[in-house]
Design a protein around this ligand. Sequence first.
Ligand code: DAK
Length: 259
Amino acid sequence: MTNEFVKIEKDRGIYTLIINRPEALNALNRSVFDALESFFKENLDNFDVKGVIITGAGEKAFVAGADIKEFLGLDAKGGSELSKRGQDIFFMIENFHAPVIAAVNGFALGGGCELTMACHIRVAGQHAKFGQPEVNLGLVPGYGGSQRLIQLIGKGKATEMLLTADMINAEEALRLGLVTHVVESGQEVTKAMDILIKIASKGPLAVKQSIQLVNAYFDKTQDGFKREYEDFGLTIGSEDSKEGALAFVEKRKANFKAK
Ligand code: DAK
């Protein structure tokens, strides 16, 4: 499930994945992708996982991009295959049943910014910096960044960021809606944990379907409104919704079972 490049910690059902290559500013190499892929694949239907935090080791970087040294020499076919694999892993994160929060503790550049955007929620430390500097390398983003940046901050600013490679700071990211919280540096994981502990008390199936409904809005093959009435039926037919209503009437905390 893990390797030396991604450390995993567990607390009250919340898993913190720490990308652990501080000497390379936590750049995403194949081993990091392997570890991310196996964690999310192995826990696809595991409701014991209540939430996930992704962060970077050290104080300087969340992830400073794909490992530039690793993609030297890739040809068009190899590059495209690597990009597709990264996209598939990021889709797995985006569609994970439990919330995934990026605790952005420094540089989030290129593939690092793309990783934050595949997460459901982003919390930034005051010193965090975001950017898509691929054009500096004669590249376009390869892990969904050209699409998710527009979804999150709109076409105008996304185009400017993609074309200039300029970084934005945490306050600007908050103003643009790229992140939802800016906290004192060092408090990113604590804030992410607070949010996830709150969500962990909710109905797990309802949380899963809410994530899917948000994603359905951006999926051109789905009708989000149709999906919503279908999912409403699904959740109201669940044992958890009966427990939720009963707990309300009996003025007690609901004991959800993800059923
Ligand atoms: N890859 C590999 N090593 C990196 C790195 C990266 N992305 N970013 C930093 N490092 C390494 C540096 O090489 C340096 O290592 P040593 O020289 O000490 O061995 C160490 O981390 C510390 O970095 P600096 O000395 O540069 O630190 P500074 O504080 O001076 O600068 C910086 C921090 C973040 C501004 C700077 O490191 C920087 O500009 N880093 C590169 C940012 C960047 O351009 N990232 C890549 C974005 S493009 C693909 C799919 C996707 C992509 C590509 C291909 N395919 C499917 C083929 C996506 C590409 C990207 O992510």
